[in-house]
Design a protein around this ligand. Structure first.
Ligand code: NAD
Length: 512
């Protein structure tokens, strides 16, 4: 299935250019720079995306800054009325947005619909912003003195997002940010930019004032300008660990608040008392769903005690039966990978793992491309057993349909392995033992933990974020942390004096 040097993209130049969305309307790029946007199922690039210059970013920031003056003082009722309309519009366009995701990312339609649904949760959270921004009041802290703590917006804030959730991850950010009274610049992934562009258009259709939500297409040039721009107060980033680390350092250097979510290597621990059929189902879903291109994908199963052989057999049977094909075919359970280069890199880990001592139980590199899609970026699923922890397949985030199995003698050994990982995004335990599950919750070093739940992505009113090299910064995204990130506290101490209080007193104010 590999080895083809010819690509449809070479023979069919792009017919459509995707531009920016600035100040409530489309904005054509003036940079003269573009990147191809592929349909991973066909390998064709019939679209291209603009790559903004620093000056174009400046234009978007200026629009956002101008809009902030009135948006920050708009009533909560006015903001939530727009957000409720936005929610209804997104709901009505679920299918269309999911189709855009499938056409550029490759994931199957049902998975893309799931992504839109999880993004909608955050719009629903934003609809509840009056509840989240209620603040605190203490009356009579001193005689005739009250203290109120309120939270106010930061100003212009930016979001930089990855390819793997082209609608959901932007929706983790901008609905909360704008509900809090900020204006927003979104820089989506240049690999699959159409879904985010549609989200911005629909926000305007819902009545969001011009300039409140802006979208700039681009690459490192746009990211760097956002990180340097003096009028950008805060940056949310989601992507790979090296870029997350870079974004955090550069944003801090320029005096910005930053949350930068990075990569992951999520371990699923299976204890001997677990229901092995259930665990195998869940491992397959979580390892190979979305072709493994999820930051919460399970990429390592840690089989404890004598579960290994029986579990691997069950996973292998299920993995071999998966139907791989174009995402818009309802029969497909898994689609292609995002680019040809990424597909080939993922495939190279399978051969590498074999050379480094792993047993290749299922070899996805031998899977034939679906008929009629020979130029698509398809790869079968791979299952690697007895993977040495020194192997690259264990050490690196592969971000593809490759599941590693490692064996551990005891629960303690398994937890020590998980805790020695440089990442700490999500993890899960599969067991029937409540005591072991409770101990795992307390001991494991990861930001999101599942008990018999392989992909524990928190619901919208909780917050999403990892530990260690999976998150640079302090606050997680959405939920209460999201509201805290996009606002700053102000404490107001008020006295309405009684005429009897008059008089000079140079002493330090004390409470009485
Ligand atoms: P990426 O880091 O390559 O790109 C993310 C964003 O950064 C994109 O908008 C891209 O244009 C920009 N970018 C890329 N290179 C840059 C550079 N040198 N300087 C400045 N900006 C740059 O990530 P990706 O390949 O799009 O997404 C996959 C990665 O994202 C995986 O590592 C995955 O684990 C991670 N991810 C993490 C989470 C999470 O919540 N922790 C969620 C989704 C994805």
């Amino acid at each position: 299935m590999r080895g083809s040097t010819h690509t449809t993209a070479d023979t069919h130049p792009p017919t459509r250019t995707l531009g920016h969305w600035i100040d409530g309307k489309p904005a054509e790029s003036t940079s003269g720079r573009h990147a191809p946007v592929y349909n991973p199922a066909t390998g064709a690039a019939d679209k291209r995306v603009a790559l903004a210059s620093a000056e174009e970013v400046d234009g978007a920031v200026a629009a956002a800054k101008a809009a902030h003056a009135t948006w920050r003082t708009s009533s909560l009722a006015a903001r939530t009325a727009i957000l409720f309309r936005y929610r209804a519009l997104l709901d009505a366009h679920r299918d269309e947005i999911a189709a855009l995701i499938t056409a550029e990312h490759g994931k199957v339609h049902s998975d893309a619909l799931g992504e839109v649904a999880r993004g909608l949760e955050i719009v629903e959270l934003a609809c509840a912003i009056p509840e989240k921004l209620k603040g605190e009041l203490s009356t009579q802290v001193s005689t005739r003195v009250d203290v109120a703590s309120v939270r106010q917006p930061l100003g212009v804030v930016a979001g930089i997002t990855p390819f793997n959730f082209p609608a959901m991850v932007p929706m983790w950010m901008f609905p909360v940010a704008i509900a809090c009274g900020n204006t927003f610049i979104l820089k989506p992934s240049e690999k699959d930019p159409s879904a985010a562009l549609r989200l911005a258009e629909l926000a305007s259709e819902a009545g969001l004032p011009d300039g409140v939500l802006n979208l700039v297409q681009g690459d490192k040039v746009a990211v760097d300008r956002l990180l340097e721009h003096p009028d950008v107060a805060a940056v949310s980033f989601v992507g790979s660990t090296p870029i997350a680390r870079y974004v955090q350092l550069k944003a801090v250097e320029h005096g910005k608040r930053v949350q930068a979510l990075g990569g992951a290597k999520n371990h699923m621990l299976v204890l001997p008392d677990a229901d092995l059929d259930f665990a195998a189902d869940q491992a397959v879903n979580a390892a190979y769903g979305s072709a493994g291109e999820r930051c919460m994908a399970v990429s390592v199963v840690v089989a404890v005690g004598d579960t290994g052989d029986a579990l691997v057999r069950r996973i292998a049977d299920r993995a071999r039966a998966l139907r791989i094909g174009p995402g818009d075919d309802p029969a497909s359970e898994m689609g292609p990978l995002i680019t040809r280069e990424h597909r080939d890199k993922v495939a190279s880990y399978v051969a590498g793992a074999r050379a480094q001592g792993a047993e290749v139980v299922v070899d996805g590199t031998e899977y034939p491309a679906p008929a009629g899609h020979e130029d698509g970026f398809f790869l079968g699923v791979s299952l690697l057993d007895h993977v040495p922890v020194t192997a690259d397949a264990y050490q690196d985030e592969i971000f593809g349909p490759v599941l590693c199995v490692v064996r551990a003698e005891t629960y303690e050994e398994a937890v020590e392995l998980i805790n020695s990982s440089r990442w700490g995004n999500g993890t899960a335990i599969f067991t029937r033992d409540g005591g072991a599950a409770r101990r795992f919750q307390l001991e494991v070093e990861a930001g999101m933990v599942g008990v018999n739940v392989p992909i524990p992505v928190p619901v919208g009113h909780h917050s999403f974020g990892g530990w260690k090299e999976s998150l640079f910064g302090d606050l997680h995204v959405y939920g209460n942390d999201g509201v805290a990130f996009y606002t700053r506290g102000k404490v107001i101490t008020t006295r309405w004096p009684d005429p009897a209080d008059a008089g000079i007193n140079l002493g330090f104010p004390s409470n009485s």
